[in-house]
Ligand binder design. Structure first.
Ligand code: NAD
Length: 480
């Protein structure tokens, strides 16, 4: 059985306790590799390697750092096929998606921050009339922790690591134990790219042990975390008394507001994606769909037809639209929401069943599911399901649409479909969300701030925000 190894101080190592965790292939339900069940001893070793590497790495020129990050980006691109296949097998996502979105974006994350760090600047303030001059010195924090989830494995792992390294920090990182493979492969590329030993350390293991050991480590001064809201709250509880810098990118239950005056065909096609891309396992998916009543029936009819036409299948097949869900427990959790639909006052309009894929009968497949709900406060409409399940509901006025959109504890992203500029801007301003897409979805410019409000998190990453997070600003005041 293939063993994934920790990458510590430039070397690939078994965990010190020699304990291993099964890694499942979601497309057939079989264990296909083992991953380290790392303990706090491995985190300590990774920390020591990172701490040793920090003085030199933080003093390298920006050109040097930029070149190394660029090398990593290029190597990911050169190994696109291998990485995409590994991601599809590990996660269950369609290979076509891994090839066109996940892996290219992981490469772009490194390329973007390779360039961004060379343009990063800080402020200067003249204290006029006082003969004094201030400038802000931004220095790297030291050893930082990066913890990422399973839904977009390399995409989100690299989204944290790249700015952390670019800013001059050294890193102890943990990918999700559910999807460790591409992070392991990344370690190999880092060696080839010439990343000095200890600058990046990738330690595999469970959240409540390995992840917790990173958060609890008193000398790891900043944590960038992406994952569930409950985990984020637990991390905040641990980190707060230690005064760590925290960036928490958490769950979502994003509204998709569809108005009668929108470009209907475009809206319908994009809504299909925003509902079911990556089996609905994207924190930005529009899982609550609200439609203006005058087009509600037409939308409902057309959306059902399009959803039924999506092919659920083996992730590697080129014509698969919906692959396998990431794990058996997650599949069962998603299905349990469908099963409570009726008691919650919902009607399953299409989907709702497990799918048996020939040749892969033990895989974790589920039909894309649309549930019509009457009460916006029902659990289906309030809780993050994080699977191929959306709720739909009509509305009558802009005010009602806004209240429905904001009526959850989350506030990550929102989508508005309308050709009325005034309406779109008024809604955009008042929506509880870190990101508002108008007449599009998941269009990402890496320079923009990324993050959520309310229970969707604290802090922003992306572009200059990430470089700010991964540096400490210091005011230097000179009197002359
Ligand atoms: P999760 O919270 O279970 O795990 C995320 C990571 O945290 C994993 O690496 C896990 O091992 C680790 N972890 C778990 N417990 C920990 C602890 N006590 N201390 C330290 N680390 C710990 O989330 P998941 O199930 O992997 O991912 C799905 C969730 O992630 C969804 O809620 C989704 O909305 C969210 N998500 C958010 C964003 C965003 O940008 N806001 C992006 C993607 C996913």
């Amino acid at each position: 059985m293939k063993k994934i190894l920790n990458y510590i101080n430039g070397e690939f190592k078994a965990p010190t306790n020699n304990e291993w965790i099964d890694n499942y292939n979601p497309s057939n339900g079989e264990v296909y590799s083992l991953i380290p069940n790392s303990s706090s001893d491995d985190i300590e070793e990774a920390y020591k390697a990172a701490a040793k590497a920090f003085p030199k790495w933080s003093n390298t020129t920006l050109e040097y750092r930029s070149k190394i990050l660029s090398n990593i980006a290029n190597l990911i691109e050169e190994n696109l096929e291998e990485f995409a296949l590994a991601e599809a097998i590990d996660n269950g996502k369609p290979l076509s998606l891994a090839k066109t979105i996940d892996i290219p974006r992981a490469s772009s994350n490194f390329q973007f921050f390779a360039h961004a760090i060379t343009q990063f600047s800080s402020e200067a303030h003249e204290s006029v009339g006082l003969n004094a001059f201030n400038f802000t010195l931004r220095t790297p924090i030291g050893v930082v922790g990066c913890i990422s989830p399973w839904n977009l494995p390399l995409y989100l792992f690299s989204w944290k690591i790249a700015p952390a390294l670019a800013a001059g920090n050294t890193v102890v990182a943990k990918p999700s134990e559910v999807t460790p493979m591409t992070a392991y492969l990344l370690g190999k590329l880092c060696v080839k790219a010439g990343l000095p030993n200890g600058v990046l350390n990738i330690v595999h293991g469970l959240g409540h042990t390995t992840g917790q050991a990173i958060v609890e480590h008193e000398k790891i001064k900043a944590i960038s975390f992406t994952g569930g809201t409950a985990t984020g709250a637990s991390i905040a509880r641990t980190a707060a008394p230690m005064f760590k810098k925290l960036s928490l990118e958490l769950g979502g239950k994003n509204p998709n507001l569809i108005f009668a005056d929108c470009d209907y065909d475009k809206m319908l096609n994009v809504t299909l994606k925003s509902s079911f891309a990556n089996q609905g396992q994207i924190c930005l998916c529009g899982s609550r769909i609200f439609v203006e009543r005058s087009i509600y029936y037409k939308f409902k009819t057309d959306f059902i037809v399009k959803t039924k036409a999506l092919k659920v299948g083996y992730p590697i097949d080129p014509d698969t639209n919906i692959g396998a869900l990431v794990s058996k427990p997650h599949l069962e959790k998603v299905k349990s929401y469908i099963d409570i639909a009726e008691t919650e006052g919902g009607t399953v309009l299409c989907g709702g069943n497990y799918v048996t894929v020939e040749g892969y009968e033990n895989g974790y497949y589920l039909e894309p599911t649309i549930i019509e709900v009457k009460d916006a406060n029902c659990r289906l409409n309030q809780e993050e399901i994080f699977g191929p399940v959306v709720t739909i509901m009509p509305f009558d006025t802009d005010e009602e649409a806004l209240a429905l959109a904001n009526g959850v504890k989350y506030g990550l992203s929102s989508t508005i479909w309308t050709n009325n500029l005034t309406r779109s801007m008024q809604l955009a301003k008042h929506l509880h969300a870190g990101i508002v897409w108008i007449n599009t979805w998941l269009m990402r410019d890496l320079r923009t701030p990324f993050g959520g409000v309310k229970d969707s998190g604290v802090g922003r990453e992306g572009g200059v925000e990430a470089l700010r997070f991964f540096t400490e600003p210091k005011n230097i005041c000179i009197k002359y």
